[in-house]
Ligand binder design. Structure first.
Ligand code: ZN
Length: 156
């Protein structure tokens, strides 16, 4: 049995600015209203696979720090991030940005593509989701706009 939540309807969403140094158009600083879809699979126990509210709260907890922030990779082959006091200096190609550190969320993947954001969110949520019930598979999809997103799944 599968249980699905559409993040655009279930309020699992965030707004953020980002850049993709390896794609010409996306190397310009720009933003998205992201939403995260989640699907879990397993055998229901007493007619229930998982409490929707618990699943939404786990996913929301993982994306809340990204909301209304500039997503900057902590370590990357494609950009550098230097923290100087309360300022974050970002460079890639010929570009140099200086952001207040309070406006930045440092991400643990080397690019804020929807592919790698789904990996990051899956890694942050999978242990807690697997612990809650009889779940054997989790899929996390990060949509950067309606109908356009990347999904990653893990099985145990
Ligand atoms: Zn983008």
């Amino acid at each position: 049995m599968k249980l699905r939540i559409d993040g655009s309807l279930g309020h699992m969403d965030f707004s953020a600015a980002h850049f993709i140094p390896t794609i010409e158009k996306c190397a310009h600083l720009h933003g998205h209203n992201y939403h995260v879809n989640v699907e879990v699979e397993g055998d229901p126990v007493d007619g229930v696979l998982m409490d929707y509210g618990i699943l939404k709260s786990i996913v929301r907890k993982s994306i809340e720090p990204l909301d209304h922030r500039i997503l900057v990779p902590k370590h990357s082959r494609f950009s550098t991030c230097t923290i100087d006091g309360d300022v974050c200096l970002v460079t890639y190609g010929s570009k140099k940005f200086q952001f207040p550190l309070s406006d930045v969320h440092l991400i643990d993947v080397e690019m804020s593509s929807s592919e790698l954001l789904s990996k990051s969110i899956l890694e942050k949520t999978e242990n807690e989701i697997f612990r809650t019930g009889n779940i054997t598979k989790i899929s996390i999809c990060v949509y950067e706009s309606p109908g356009q997103g990347a999904c990653l799944e893990v099985s145990r």
